[in-house]
Write a protein that binds this ligand. Sequence first.
Ligand code: F0G
Length: 460
Amino acid sequence: MDEPTFRTIIEPFRIHSVEPIRMTTAAERADRIAGASYNLFQLHADDVLIDLLTDSGTGAMSRDQWAAIQRGDESYAGSPSYFVFRDAVRDLFDFDHVIPVHQGRAAERILFSVLGGPGRVVPNNTHFDTTRANVEATGAEAVDLVIAEGRDPASHHPFKGNMDLDALDALLTARGADVPCVFVTITNNSGGGQPVSLENLRGVRELCDKLGKPLFLDACRFAENAWFIREREAGQGERDVVDIVRDIAALADGMTMSAKKDPMGNIGGWLALDDPDLAQECRNALILTEGFPTYGGLAGRDLEALAQGLKETVQHDYLRYRITSTAYLGEALQKAGIPVLSPIGGHAVYIDARALLPHLDPLQYPGQAVAVALYEIGGVRSCEIGTVMFGRRPDGTEAPAPMDLVRLAIPRRTYTQSHMDYVIEVCQRLAERAHRLPGYRIVEEPNALRHFTARFEPVH
Ligand code: F0G
């Protein structure tokens, strides 16, 4: 019999334990968001109905991950759980040194505390905000070199996360001595969850080899990236995702990882690399703030959960569901006339707020306006990724970010299709009232990572 095909995207799991979510009224939401100074990070999560703020640490763990937690060994040094974790990491990313940390930014801080410093410059396709902040905190410069298509929300390029190889070549030629390493973020989160091709990674590798520079991956969403390679890159369509991941890893000298994304953890991360001297320096830095190198700020049970999560995240049924269900949301928004970044990314749908609210200047934060409206309309929490997040320069001046996006990030294995249908309806209401949404101004902000704590006011 031919394999029957179905339109419905089936969640490849049954629900095993449930978490209640609380309905609120429009009046309550207006009150809560004003009380949070229009900053969605300041809301109490109980006041949120569908939480698409982030896909980080918010996914549902599997039965087998909870079982693995029971096996956690909490020895301070040399815990068997460390070795289970290390071997699971190495099965995909075969680096000599695997150093657990409590989350991705700890790996960044440790690595850049060794490799950064004034006068240094770190290229990346697009630095995530914590990555940029950790580079800049050492006095080094963070440079984004994504291809031009990656900055154009309407471009349909299949690998919009790719590095601009000419720009990287030019930077390495002009300032090679100042570059301690080259980074590639897979998928490119700040650029819209867009993948990087194997071919592009090979090109980056060649340039790194030419100048003897190590290549590091910021690999939080590596499985989604590998799935896109399988779907979109010539000659990859019949391959197992695991083999694609191993190919990606083989091109790099090391990686930072937030295990709160594709590794299906609620917490965790790692730094992995081949260079023994650099690894030793990083371990020394780790001990100062994170803990002993076989637990790195995590409990043994966390390490076990991550080892199991790594096995689940590369399963084809899971990845097919993950990518098609994200596209389901994105395509429905397009049908509703909402400009979204295309192609639809892996972990999130990004609304192009600058295009949706042409009456607002980027410095009136159109992304913030959309994010606040989605909450006010239907209790949906999203995240501005635009001028609020990236507009403030280290010297305190302000300029529009390349794009003003609002990210609807989808926690892994957490919401069902009817939850997404509700989000689609909320977005339809947003489209109806978009032309009259107010802009915002910042009334108080910190020096770095201002989006977490800034206080806003609507500008009527
Ligand atoms: N790199 C990328 C590409 C990320 O998306 C994140 C986190 C990090 C590094 C830092 O990892 O949070 O474990 O310290 N991204 C989350 C997000 C916060 O919402 O996209 P972390």
